[in-house]
Ligand binder design. Structure first.
Ligand code: GCU
Length: 592
């Protein structure tokens, strides 16, 4: 594990100058932070003129002749964290640049080092502090930070963020995706107070094939050799001290005989403290084993069936991004009510409130980066961006035992460039974390008349631990045979998850149960019944994840009555009402 940091460093150094964020501090919510959330001043900059006018300098007229055609005072104000689209009608469809600005003072007893941390900014941004650009980041769903030690004044610091969510072909996701392109500073922003040498990262996990052997790898912020690092798990009577190597990294393994492993039925977590002479951090961590054995997914030595559901990071009632603990409670309690033991966080890493609460509630998690359909796979910059996104995702969440699946792609078409792109991602994930399963969702399963069954012609699936398939029988695809005759011969020898199936219904619409265009709840029931019947003919089926828990916003769902900018495949409407098919799925999971 020690050489992981060398690999990460080389990757970061290798990355084109897109991302100048440093290694993200692990467990930011366990650190000494000052929130910069609240109302920020804002300037909407559709023609990208702000940088040319250096508005981040926030100049004010001095003499009689000078004047400035901007000011961050008395103008638009936006909430942070939040997307901008849901805050004011004129920004509902806005894609472009918005400047955010605010002032902040630094706490008296400021630590020796100071960082500016962002949970996520959609989609790309440049950060200016007291008139100086301190860094930039690309990727709308992962954290990043900048070291601002020595760059702040005790009071009245001026922070300006140039945020842009324009879709581009080389981005991730690219030009077209089936969710709302929310822009803004969508997650928490913190000033982080740290000692000179601090515990930058730690990874505490159960060894892949052991029910009792735990390994902890701790990395200091500086390559300090001979530093004492202590790892404590009081409930397991674990208290070990080790010394760092030349890289400031220490690793210790120990037996935990009395360990109770985490599972959806028993989401048991332990207090873990990691300390050094100058720093100390703690959090609750769970321990579990996850692996595959032929066509079985094995959790803690027992085969499991993933009773999953997907949701976007959106609160439909608010038509905005989810970003808080309360939002996480709303989304996850609906999944719990449906009888799920897993969530597919579609199609991008979601905020830590959701991930940590899901772990406490006993949900396994599938987390992915938005390599969604048409990505510019041949573009080296795009590949570097994906590499950085996936490392930010894994580094943020690899201490989350609920995280069982890392997703590297959704509905990408086979090509040498695609394969190479995904191989790079997979090797990078495995280098950062070899304790979880790698999955990707395919949409190229088709019924072949000759074989009289459903097959898939995408050999890349062999390079994954678990194969997932998105298949919309009865919606995008008519039934070639009756569901009871719909036999699958797909990715045999691997566990298979049907990661998307379903169809649209507008809540409250009744209609004929066998007519797609009825948009009725009755037809959605038929569709669910038929697909669940077909699933009995998938011998290696080890999980299902209906698309989708809630109706969600999508800019190309144009039907004015039945959609009106919403993807209506939810089992729950945008107002939180359960559609009739919800009860079909509930019954299926209750009996699984
Ligand atoms: C795709 C895709 C989803 C999309 C869904 C749909 O499979 O992965 O992101 O929303 O289909 O068409 O509803």
């Amino acid at each position: 594990m020690k050489n992981i940091f060398k690999i990460l460093l080389s990757f970061m150094l290798a990355a084109p100058a897109i991302v100048s964020a440093q290694n993200v501090i692990t467990n930011i919510y366990g650190r000494d932070v000052q929130s910069l959330g609240g109302k920020w001043d804002a300037i909407i900059d559709p023609y990208d003129q702000g940088r040319r006018n250096e508005i981040y300098m926030n100049r004010t007229p001095q003499g009689k002749t000078d004047f400035y055609e901007y000011s961050f005072t008395g103008g638009q104000r936006l909430n942070v964290p939040s997307d901008w689209n849901s805050q004011t009608p004129e920004l509902k469809y806005y894609e472009g640049t918005v400047w955010y600005a605010r002032r902040f003072d630094v706490q008296e007893n400021a630590g020796e080092r100071l960082f500016l941390y962002f949970g996520a900014v959609s989609y790309r941004c440049r950060v200016y502090l007291n008139g100086e650009e301190i860094g930039r980041h690309e990727g709308g769903f992962t954290p990043f930070q900048f070291d601002v030690t020595g760059k702040v004044k005790p009071a009245d610091n001026f922070l300006a963020i140039e945020v842009n969510n324009t879709r581009t072909p080389d981005a991730i996701p690219a030009m077209n995706f089936d969710w709302w392109n929310y822009g803004g500073i969508t997650r928490d922003v913190f000033l982080v107070y740290m000692p000179q040498v601090f515990i930058e990262d730690y990874f505490v996990r159960l060894d892949k094939d052991s029910a009792t052997a735990i390994t902890a790898t701790v990395k200091l912020s500086n390559p300090v050799e001979g530093e004492k690092v202590r790892v404590e798990i009081p409930e397991l009577k674990i208290d070990r001290t080790v010394t760092t190597d030349v890289h400031g990294v220490a690793e210790v393994s120990f037996e935990a005989k009395k360990l109770v492993r985490w599972s959806p039925e028993n989401p048991c977590l332990y207090r873990v403290m990691v300390s050094s002479t100058t720093d100390r951090v703690e959090e609750t961590i769970g321990f579990r084993n996850i692996r595959v054995e032929d066509e079985e997914i094995i959790l803690n030595d027992k085969p499991i069936f993933a009773k999953s559901i997907s949701f976007h990071e959106e609160i439909p009632q608010r038509m905005g991004r989810a970003f808080s603990e309360a939002d996480a409670v709303m989304l996850l309690s609906e999944a719990k009510a449906l009888g799920c033991n897993m969530i597919r966080l579609a199609h991008y890493p979601q905020n830590e409130y959701t991930v940590r609460l899901a772990e406490r509630m006993g949900f396994m998690l599938w987390e992915e980066i938005p390599v969604w359909q048409g990505i510019d796979f041949g573009n080296v910059e795009t590949r570097a961006k994906a590499g950085n996104m996936i490392s930010e995702m894994v580094m943020r969440d690899r201490n989350r035992c609920a995280l069982t699946f890392w997703g590297v792609a959704n509905e990408t078409q086979p090509s040498p460039a695609r394969n190479e792109f995904l191989r790079t991602l997979i090797s990078q994930v495995r280098a950062l974390d070899d304790t979880r399963l790698i999955v990707a969702a395919f949409d190229n399963v088709f019924f072949t008349r000759e074989a009289g069954r459903f097959t898939m012609d995408d050999p890349f699936h062999k390079e994954l631990d678990v194969v997932a398939v998105n298949k919309y029988m009865g919606w995008y695809h008519p039934w070639p045979v009756t569901p009871d005759k719909a036999v699958w011969d797909v990715a045999r020898g691997k566990p298979l998850i049907v990661s998307e199936f379903g169809g649209e219904a507008l809540y409250g619409v009744t209609g004929s149960p066998d007519t797609v265009s009825s948009w009725s709840e009755e037809y959605q029931i038929t569709l669910y019944r038929d697909n669940l019947r077909m699933f009995e003919n998938i011998p290696n089926l080890r999980g299902t994840s209906p698309w989708v828990l809630f109706d969600f916003r999508s800019p190309y769902r144009f039907h004015p009555v039945n959609q009106n900018g919403w993807n209506r495949k939810g089992l729950v409407s945008d107002q939180g009402q359960r559609k009739k098919a919800w009860y079909i799925m509930k019954d299926y999971y209750d009996n699984k």
